[in-house]
Design a protein around this ligand. Structure first.
Ligand SMILES: *Cc1c(COP(=O)(O)O)cnc(C)c1O
Length: 227
């Protein structure tokens, strides 16, 4: 089997497996536009990109027939490009970043759907808002009229055993439910983006409605870039 037809088969089996309410975000970092295109033709509707530059290159080939989600760490000097390229930014974790996105959107006449990234494992090396700060953080964000807070995103720990991530996913879900029930972000607050290749099944059990999957679709990454 060629690597492209393997991608096609992988996408189909992931899509077959996911419950109907769960959206697949194909994590595209380090993949070529041709590989991404193959995934799109097999049914992927959302591509998640960690790097603005890679997204720009891939979007030239694939265009707007899919949604583009930013899932990396967004540097402030990349905000303008990111606002132009992406349909959702999943990783908002500071008020100053949110304010920059808001200002750029105002200029472009756009409203950006965003997720708030939660550092659910409270790991110093990871980005994201601390769990206990999330409600207050979202109360600040909802004042900005050119972004819409649509939910939460979390990474969780990188370990072999996906059960290690379960407490972090459960914790994020419980914050999500609290914010939704408080109504502070309105009725558009309904997404929970959690789970990767090793952990998506556990994430879905814990309430994820978006899973971000790279390796299971495209194979092992051959190199890693710093984010
Ligand atoms: C790379 C990446 C993924 C997907 O990881 P895999 O283990 O390859 O499925 C998901 N989310 C984010 C934020 C990523 O950077």
């Amino acid at each position: 089997m060629t690597s492209l037809s393997r991608i096609r088969n992988n996408v189909r089996s992931v899509l077959d497996e996911l419950p109907g309410h769960v959206q697949l975000v194909a994590a595209g970092k380090t993949r070529t536009p041709e590989e991404l295109l193959e995934a799109v033709e097999a049914g992927v509707g959302i591509i998640g990109e960690n790097y603005v530059q890679e997204a720009e290159t891939a979007k030239k080939v694939i265009g707007s027939r899919v949604k583009w989600h930013f899932i990396g760490h967004l540097q402030k000097n990349k905000v303008n490009k990111a606002v132009d390229l992406f349909d959702m930014i999943e990783t908002v974790d500071s008020v100053s970043l949110a304010e920059r996105i808001d200002r750029r959107c105002e200029k472009s006449g756009k409203v950006m759907p965003v997720l708030v990234e939660v550092n659910s494992g409270e790991e110093p090396s990871k980005s994201g808002v601390m769990p206990e700060d999330t409600v207050r953080f979202i109360e600040e964000l909802v004042r900005l009229s050119n972004i819409e807070v649509r939910g939460l995103m979390t990474m969780g720990p990188f370990t072999e055993d996906p059960e290690d991530a379960r407490p972090c996913f459960a914790r994020t879900r419980s914050i999500f439910t609290r914010i939704r029930d408080l109504g502070i972000a309105g009725t558009g607050f309904r997404h929970l983006s959690m789970g990767m290749t090793g952990s998506y099944r556990v994430a879905i059990e814990e309430g994820a409605d978006m899973v971000r999957i790279g390796t299971l679709i495209f194979g092992e990454r051959e190199y890693r870039k710093k984010g």
